[in-house]
Write a protein that binds this ligand. Structure first.
Ligand SMILES: Cc1cc2nc3c(=O)[nH]c(=O)nc-3n(C[C@H](O)[C@H](O)[C@H](O)COP(=O)(O)OP(=O)(O)OC[C@H]3O[C@@H](n4cnc5c(N)ncnc54)[C@H](O)[C@@H]3O)c2cc1C
Length: 405
C-alpha cells in the first residue's frame, strides 16, 4: 500500500464502502476512516430495500443478511381505512443493516481498500482552496488527492468546504424499536400508518421479520419522537392492538434528511455522497438505494480524477451531472410529492387512500410502480383511469389546501 492513499473516504456506512469499493476495483488506493470500532454498528435503519434496485446495482445481499422478503404494503389512513397493495412475488427485502454494511465493507476490503476503524475525522485541510486530506482526532493528518465525504446525516465536514450543508429544517427525527411478540401482522407485508397525530410530516411503520419479531418506527418533524412512538404503540386504534403484547429489545434514534439533495455536492478535491449529500427519497426517507447509486458514480469519478491527476472543481463537477442524470428527476419529483403530501389534511389523505382501494390502483402499481424511481413511475400511471383519478384528487386537494392557506 502507498503511504499516501489516492482517495480517503470518511464513513464506513453503505455509501462510503460502496464508493471505496468502486474506486479500488478500478485501480485506486483507497482508505476508509470510520469513527466506530465496528462496521454497521450501532444500527438505526429499517433496511427495507427494493429487490430490483439492488439487482440493478449488481449487489447480491448474502442470505444471512436477509431478514424477510416482502410482497407489498398495507397503507392505513388517519381514520383507519386500509389500502392493500400485494404483489405476486417479493418486491423488497428487509435486510439486517449491520450485516449488509459489513458485506459491502468486505467487498471493499477484497478489492484492496484499507479500513481505519476508531478513526474519527475531525476536519479537512486545504491547499490553494482544494481539499488535500483529513485531520483525525488526536491531531494526526492523512493526505489524499480526493476526499469522499460519506459521514451520513451531519454535514460537519461538508460545511468546512464552504458548501451548503444540511439545516435542521431539512431533517425529520426518526426512531425505531425492534420488538418481539407483534400479533396479526402478515409476515410478508409492511404496514404504513399516516396521520398528523401519528407522525407529523412523515409516517409510522411496522415491518415484520421472518423470525416473528418486527421493526416498529416513525419519524416526525415536530415534538419528541419517543413520545410519538410510545403513543403509536400504546394508543393507535389499529397498531396498538397488534403491539399490546410486544416487548422492545432495541431502540435507536437517528435523523433523516428529507428536503431533497444538496444543491452542490463537490468542490476541489472533495465529493459528498449518501445522507451527507441528502440523496434520500423525500417521500419514504429511504436513502440506501439512491445513496449507493450516487456512491458508485463518486467512486468512478474519484478514480478518473486520480488517473488524470486532475482534482479540480471543474473536473469533479462531472460527479454532480452524472448522479443527477441517474436520480435527479426522481428526487425532484419526489420532493414535490412530499411537499404536496405535507400540505394535505388528514381527511384528504383518508379520501386518497379510500379512492386507491375503490379504484383498484393496486393492480396498476403492481404493473408499473417502482418503489425507488417514484418520479418516472407517475408518467405511465397517467394512462390508467383509476390512477389518473387518484392523481387528480391529490392535485385538487393540494390546490385547495394551498389556496386556503
Ligand atoms: C429510522 C430509520 C429508518 C430507515 N429506514 C430505511 C429503509 O428502510 N430503507 C432505506 O433505504 N433507508 C432507510 N433509512 C435511511 C438510511 O439509513 C440512510 O439513508 C443510509 O444509512 C445512508 O447511508 P450513508 O452511508 O450515507 O450514511 P450512514 O449509514 O449514516 O453511515 C455514515 C458512517 O459514517 C461514520 N461517520 C460519521 N462521521 C464520521 C467522521 N467524522 N469520521 C469517521 N466516520 C464518521 C458513521 O459512524 C457511519 O458509520 C432509515 C433511516 C432511519 C433513521
Amino acid at each position: 500500500m502507498k503511504e499516501k492513499p489516492d482517495i480517503i473516504v470518511v464513513g464506513g456506512g453503505p455509501c462510503g464502502s460502496y464508493s471505496a469499493y468502486t474506486a479500488a476495483k478500478l485501480g485506486a488506493e483507497v482508505t476508509v476512516c470510520e469513527e466506530h470500532e465496528e462496521i454497521g454498528a450501532p444500527k438505526h435503519c429499517a433496511g427495507h430495500l427494493n429487490v430490483s434496485s439492488l439487482e440493478r446495482l449488481g449487489i447480491r445481499v448474502p442470505l444471512a443478511a436477509i431478514e424477510n422478503e416482502i410482497k407489498g404494503a398495507v397503507f392505513c389512513s388517519p381514520s383507519g381505512k386500509e389500502f392493500v397493495l400485494r404483489c405476486r412475488a417479493p418486491v423488497t427485502y428487509v435486510v439486517n443493516r449491520e450485516l449488509f454494511d459489513k458485506h459491502l465493507a468486505d467487498l471493499a476490503v477484497k478489492s484492496g481498500v484499507h479500513y481505519r476503524l476508531k478513526s474519527r475525522v475531525k476536519s479537512l485541510f486545504f491547499d490553494s482552496g482544494s481539499v488535500k486530506g483529513v485531520a483525525l482526532k488526536g491531531e494526526e493528518r492523512l493526505e489524499a488527492n480526493v476526499v469522499i465525504d460519506a459521514e451520513g446525516c451531519s454535514s460537519a465536514l461538508l460545511k468546512k468546504t464552504g458548501l451548503k450543508g444540511l439545516e435542521s429544517s431539512m431533517i425529520v427525527r426518526g426512531i425505531q424499536a425492534e420488538v418481539d411478540g407483534a400479533e396479526d401482522v402478515d409476515d410478508d407485508m409492511v404496514e404504513v400508518y399516516f396521520g398528523k397525530n401519528v407522525a407529523p410530516g412523515f409516517f409510522a411503520w411496522i415491518i415484520p421479520r421472518k423470525d416473528g419479531s418486527a421493526k416498529v418506527g416513525l419519524a416526525t418533524r415536530v415534538g419528541n419522537p419517543r413520545d410519538y412512538l410510545r403513543r403509536f404503540m400504546e394508543k393507535h386504534p389499529v397498531a396498538s392492538k397488534k403491539l399490546k403484547k410486544s416487548r422492545t429489545t432495541y431502540t435507536s434514534l437517528h435523523p433523516i434528511p428529507l428536503e431533497g439533495p444538496l444543491p452542490k455536492t463537490y468542490s476541489g478535491g472533495f465529493l459528498a455522497v449518501g445522507d451527507a449529500a441528502s440523496q434520500v427519497k423525500p417521500t419514504t426517507g429511504g436513502g440506501v438505494i439512491f445513496g449507493l447509486t450516487c456512491a458508485r458514480v463518486a467512486g468512478a469519478v474519484a478514480y478518473e480524477a486520480v488517473k488524470r491527476q486532475d482534482f479540480s472543481e471543474a473536473f469533479l463537477s462531472s460527479y454532480q451531472s452524472r448522479w443527477k442524470r441517474l436520480v435527479g428527476f426522481d428526487l425532484d419529483a419526489i420532493l414535490r410529492m412530499r411537499r404536496m403530501l405535507d400540505s394535505l389534511s388528514d381527511s384528504r389523505i383518508d379520501g386518497m387512500i379510500d379512492l386507491c382501494r375503490k379504484l383498484g390502483v393496486d393492480s396498476v402499481l403492481e404493473k408499473v410502480g417502482d418503489l425507488d424511481f417514484q418520479g418516472r413511475t407517475l408518467i405511465p400511471m397517467i394512462k390508467y383511469p383509476g390512477t389518473l383519478a387518484v392523481i387528480s384528487y391529490f392535485l385538487f386537494s393540494w390546490l385547495t389546501s394551498t389556496t386556503k392557506n
